[in-house]
Design a protein around this ligand. Structure first.
Ligand code: UGA
Length: 426
């Protein structure tokens, strides 16, 4: 099929490449000329394992093309995926301005029937708004369907997730729309849920919020485990082996970040408030997450005393491993706090570079931790897990590691002569 993907950000580019991989002819459209030129030249503007190779493969096979030509993009494709950003407004709600602009362009420029699909995370009721926006901007009243098909992939494992989804959710209102979407996905070996656009839109927020809730639950439980000298990882495992609970998203740490959980939990809370429903459980999850980096920093203070004038090596800037995304990353909260405390900060990240006159970033872990009073791990990069810590113990002023991701082998680290402090990981 001929598929247009509007918005070549993280989700849009991945979606476009997966469709190309599935044998569709895909056009990626964006207003950002720079992005489009780079993509057309085979260069990805974000870090994601395996995606650049896929991009080059499909550029060579000529089944994907990138353009800024809105008119041609809309007119040459029957299926139009909207993958533009829905940034958070001051009040926590999702800003739909870019979705509106795309919908209105579709209305104005369409030249026949279109299936318009929202992939971006959008509030309940957006499909109805998109329907209206298209209708009010139409010059000729061509028929169209609006569908919700949310994305569930994770940064850092986007390709794998997109190729092996746990499920596909399609929200539509007409038989024709459901049929078109079945043609888009072909025969699939994973669960395929057909529902209404409203339910589909809510599923996305509800799923992300539930995962955030799971993390906040284990993080709060970790505080109790710390008091009782219990290993939270054992507790998580013991709980998670119950199939009704599941082991994933029960890793305690310095808190969740990224462009999705913090934004989506807020947006769901805000949307519920508008309908007069208080999702108090989400309020608590947000509160636990906001305080979690400070919980880790407090532990640091308990061990080091006053932090003023101390040198702390921060390992990891991205909000999780295998991505260069630092949006809402715990590292940023930690850096901000430590600077205010008068700490000298040394930084390392394998892919992210932060330039600031307030701290220095180093190329290697070794340089970063040399002469530090303590090391704080904010991201679970494999570079830190696999690092030969025993080789640098003598270079650190105080061999103390605060593992904000519980990602090191505590036994091994302690055996190497370090003081190790994880999050309820004794
Ligand atoms: C999340 C969801 O997992 C995806 O299903 C969803 O499609 C995506 O948001 C989205 O809405 O676009 P993502 O934000 O890329 O994906 O990353 P996650 O792997 O979910 O991690 C989010 C944060 O939670 C990270 O900071 C991670 O370190 C933290 N986390 C995760 C924990 O602290 N503990 C865990 O057990 C798991």
């Amino acid at each position: 099929m001929d598929i247009l993907v509007v918005g070549t950000g993280y989700v849009g580019t991945t979606t476009a490449l997966i469709f190309a991989e599935q044998g569709h002819r895909v056009t990626g459209l964006d207003v950002d000329t720079n992005k489009i030129e780079n993509l057309q030249a085979g260069k990805l503007h974000f870090y994601e394992t395996g995606l650049e190779e896929l991009l080059n493969k499909h550029l060579q096979q000529k089944n994907i093309v990138f353009t800024t030509n809105v008119e041609k993009g809309i007119q040459n494709n029957e299926i139009i995926y909207i993958c533009v950003g829905t940034p958070q407004k001051e009040d926590g709600s999702a800003n739909l301005i870019y979705v509106e602009q795309v919908a209105k362009s579709i209305g104005k420029l369409m030249n026949g029937y279109k299936t318009v699909v929202t992939k971006s995370t959008v509030p309940v009721g957006t499909a109805e708004k998109v329907t209206e926006w298209i209708k009010e901007s139409q010059i000729t009243p061509y028929e169209y369907d609006v569908v919700s098909n949310p994305e569930f992939l994770r940064e850092g494992s986007a390709l794998y997730d997109a190729l092996h989804p746990d499920r596909i959710v399609v929200g539509a209102l007409t038989k024709r729309a459901f049929q078109k979407m079945r043609e888009v996905f072909g025969a699939v070996s994973f669960p395929y849920l057909e529902t209404t656009p409203r339910a589909s839109e809510l599923i996305k927020y509800a799923a992300n919020s539930f995962l955030a809730l799971k993390i906040s639950y284990i993080n709060e439980l970790a505080r109790l485990c710390d008091r009782l000298n219990i290993n939270v990882r054992d507790v998580a495992k013991g709980m998670g082996l119950d199939k009704r609970i599941g082991t994933s998203f029960l890793e305690a740490g310095i808190g969740y970040g990224g462009s999705c959980f913090p934004k989506d939990v807020n947006a769901l809370l805000d949307a519920a408030n508008q309908y007069g429903v208080t999702l108090s459980i989400l309020k608590s999850a947000i509160n636990v997450n906001k305080t979690q980096p400070f919980y880790v920093l407090e532990k640091m203070k308990q061990v080091l005393g006053s932090l003023k004038g101390k040198t702390i090596a921060i390992l990891g800037l991205s909000f999780k491993a295998n991505t260069d995304d630092i949006r809402e990353a715990s590292s940023l909260i930690v850096i901000d706090y430590l600077l205010k405390e008068g700490v000298n900060i040394k930084i390392h990240d394998p892919v992210v570079t932060l330039s600031s006159s307030c701290f220095k970033q180093y190329e290697t872990v070794e340089e970063t931790v040399t002469n530090a009073d303590a090391v704080l791990i904010c991201t679970d990069w494999s570079q830190y897990k696999d690092f030969a810590w025993e080789t640098i113990k003598d270079k650190i002023a105080n061999p103390i590691i605060f593992d904000g991701r519980n990602c090191l082998n505590a036994e091994k680290i302690k055996h190497s002569g370090f003081i190790y402090r994880g999050v309820a990981y004794p």
